[in-house]
Ligand binder design. Structure first.
Ligand SMILES: [Fe+2]
Length: 305
């Protein structure tokens, strides 16, 4: 028998998998934080793995897998940029509703961080000087960490303007992007679901939708899109700027760290209805899947364009 095997079991072993913040809270016996709740949360976490996070749009996105190869023709890449720009603009509405529907000051501010940044306020790390940084508002150089508090607004740092710089490269005019009427029924359905669920009035539903959206966004599709553009540029001898996608990929890398902590906090501090959380999370992901399915259909139609 090895020495390790003779080590007596540690009281925290049954709680392995919880974030350090939660383990500390249990140790300190904070209200709502008990070892039993900890075990119940871990059981819920396994349910999420088997009933939500295995959604096809997270584990097998056919469209982004195809896109990453960089084999699209011009019509296909343009169609992608148009649909993505519609989503990007409609997302502002969902995010504004999330700000309005927040039920705590902290929640409202967290949502405002995202909204203001989308519109063009760069994140600023504590202590960072207020003068514009080298690299300006080029997404390749803009921070993904910090707060919009005390940050500087630039029109050119609005995410839609980053997308516009891509669209211009592809010969699209401004009035061909961003507006709802340019969205396919699939894209519009996705945007409506974002507004209904993610930006909805029910805190319970919007928490589930946020968790679902964040896990989808952290699943690697930004990297696949960046790869696709880089490969397309190499084959076509073009220089479509990829900063928009690179920036979002960097951002999601950090979001993933916070998502788990947020879920645990929500679980321990409130009365989360597990079945409802899973149901609404899946409804949101079905909306996300509709968007990519729409793009998949469109690219097949445009294959011979
Ligand atoms: Fe964005």
């Amino acid at each position: 028998m090895s020495i390790a095997a003779r080590t007596p079991p540690q009281p925290g072993d049954a709680l392995a998998g919880l974030t350090p913040a939660t383990l500390k809270a249990i140790e300190a016996a904070r209200p709502g934080y008990t070892p039993e709740r900890g075990k119940a949360f871990l059981a819920f976490q396994s349910r999420l793995a088997g009933e939500l996070l295995n959604h096809r749009v997270i584990v097998a996105n056919r469209y982004t897998a195809w896109f990453s190869k960089g084999e699209q023709n011009e019509a296909q890449i343009r169609a992608f940029v148009v649909q993505f720009s519609v989503f990007s603009n409609q997302f502002l509405i969902a995010q504004l509703n999330k700000v309005i529907n927040a039920d705590t000051l902290e929640g409202m501010r967290a949502s405002k961080e995202i909204l203001a940044n989308e519109l063009g306020v760069a994140f600023r790390k504590p202590g960072e000087s207020r003068t514009a940084r080298a690299g300006g508002y080029d997404p390749e150089h803009v921070d993904t960490e910090g707060s919009v508090q005390g940050g500087i607004f630039h029109f050119e740092a609005g995410h839609i303007e980053w997308l516009w710089s891509i669209a211009k490269h592809l010969g699209l005019s401004f009035d061909h992007i961003g507006r709802r009427r340019h969205g396919t029924p699939a894209t519009r359905f996705f945007c409506d679901e974002l507004i209904r669920l993610y930006g909805g009035e029910s805190y319970e539903i919007s928490q589930a939708a946020s968790y679902a959206v964040e896990n989808w966004a952290a699943a690697g599709f930004w990297k696949e899109l960046t790869e696709g553009f880089s490969r397309y540029n190499a084959t076509h001898g073009t220089r479509i700027p990829t900063g928009f996608f690179v920036w979002h990929d960097r951002l999601e890398g950090q979001h993933a760290r916070h998502t788990q902590e947020e879920l645990e906090e929500y679980y321990f501090q409130g009365a989360l209805d597990e079945d409802a959380f899973i149901r609404y999370g899946n409804e949101m992901l079905d909306g996300v899947a509709a968007f990519w399915d729409g793009l998949e259909q469109e690219r097949q139609v445009l294959a011979s364009a």
